[in-house]
Design a binder for this molecule. Structure first.
Ligand SMILES: Nc1ncnc2c1ncn2[C@@H]1O[C@H](COP(=O)(O)OP(=O)(O)OP(=O)(O)O)[C@@H](O)[C@H]1O
Ligand SMILES: [Mg+2]
Length: 240
C-alpha cells in the first residue's frame, strides 16, 4: 500500500501532499514550458493556480497527475520521490487524486450515473452501498434529470459537472481541477465552489487552476500564478 516510505528525503515532505523542487518540463525536444517550479501543497490546504492561456497550468497539473515526467527537478507525491516510483505504483497514487480534466474525459459508453460512480466501482465498493450517495451528488450538481443520459448528449457545462462529480465522489486525498467552471454560468460556478470548499472541510487538499477571477476572489486562499512557465505566489483578499 502507498504510505510514508523510507525514500522520502525530508520529513516535511511528508506533511506535503505534493512538493515540487526546482522542476522544469518540456514536451519532447521543445523548449521548457515550466521552469524552476518549487511549491508545496500542505495537507488540507486550498490553493488556486492562475495565469494566462499558455502559461503552463495544465502542464503543471499533468505533472501532479503523473501524466508527464519533469525534465529536471524533483516532485514528491504523498511524501514519495516520484523519480523512484515504478510503473506499478502509478495506479495507487492516481487513485488518491481526484482529477477534473480541462477536456472532461467523461466516458461516452457509460451513463452519467455510471461515469460518476466509476471511482467507487473501481475501488471495489458495492453498488447498493453507494447508489444513493451518487444519485444525491448528481442531483446536487443539477443533473438529476440526466442520470441515465450519456455524456455525448450533454452540453459542455453538463459534461463538466459530470467530470467534477466523478472527481469528488470518492473524497480523494487531493482534488486537482483544471478550469472546472469554464463552461458553467456564475450561479453554478458558485455552487461548484461550495462543493470544493465542503470537500476541503472534510480533509481533501485542493488545487484549482482557473482564469476565472471571480472564482479566485470568492475565497481568501493562497494563489499561485504562472506566467511564461514561471511561478509566483500571493494571496487576494475576498474583498479585493
Ligand atoms: N502536448 C503538447 N506538446 C507540445 N507542447 C505543448 C503540449 N501541451 C501544451 N504545450 C505547450 O505548453 C505551453 C503551456 O501549455 P498549457 O496547456 O500547460 O497552458 P495552460 O496555462 O493550461 O493554458 P490554457 O489556459 O489555455 O488552458 C504552451 O506553450 C503550449 O503550446
Ligand atoms: Mg490549460
Amino acid at each position: 500500500m502507498p504510505s510514508a516510505s523510507p525514500e522520502t528525503r525530508a520529513d516535511d515532505a511528508l506533511e506535503s501532499v505534493i512538493r515540487f523542487d526546482g522542476v522544469g518540463m518540456r514536451y519532447g525536444r521543445g523548449p521548457e514550458v515550466l521552469q524552476d517550479i518549487s511549491f508545496d501543497l500542505p495537507r488540507g490546504s486550498f490553493q488556486f493556480l492562475t495565469g494566462p492561456s499558455g502559461a503552463g497550468k495544465t502542464s503543471l497539473l499533468k505533472l501532479i497527475y503523473l501524466a508527464q515526467r519533469p525534465s529536471r527537478g524533483l516532485i514528491w507525491h504523498f511524501g514519495r520521490d516520484s523519480s523512484k516510483l515504478h510503473r506499478s505504483d502509478l495506479p495507487d497514487i492516481r487513485r488518491r487524486i481526484g482529477m477534473v480534466f480541462q477536456d472532461f474525459r467523461t466516458l461516452d459508453h457509460l451513463s452519467v450515473f455510471e461515469n460518476v460512480a466509476l471511482p467507487l466501482r473501481v475501488a471495489g465498493r458495492k453498488r447498493k452501498e453507494y447508489a444513493d450517495d451518487v444519485a444525491e451528488l448528481i442531483h446536487w450538481v443539477g443533473l438529476g434529470d440526466k442520470m441515465d443520459a450519456h455524456p455525448q448528449t450533454l452540453s459542455g457545462g453538463e459534461q463538466q459537472r459530470v467530470a467534477i462529480a466523478r472527481a469528488v465522489v470518492g473524497q480523494p486525498e487531493l482534488l486537482v481541477a483544471d478550469e472546472p467552471t469554464g463552461n458553467v454560468d456564475p450561479a453554478m460556478a458558485r455552487r461548484l465552489l461550495r462543493l470544493f470548499t465542503e470537500l476541503n472541510r472534510l480533509g481533501t487538499t485542493i488545487l484549482i487552476a482557473t482564469h476565472d477571477i471571480t472564482l479566485v476572489r470568492a475565497l481568501d486562499v493562497p494563489i499561485m500564478s504562472l506566467a511564461d512557465g514561471r511561478l509566483s505566489t500571493g494571496r487576494r483578499k475576498a474583498s479585493a
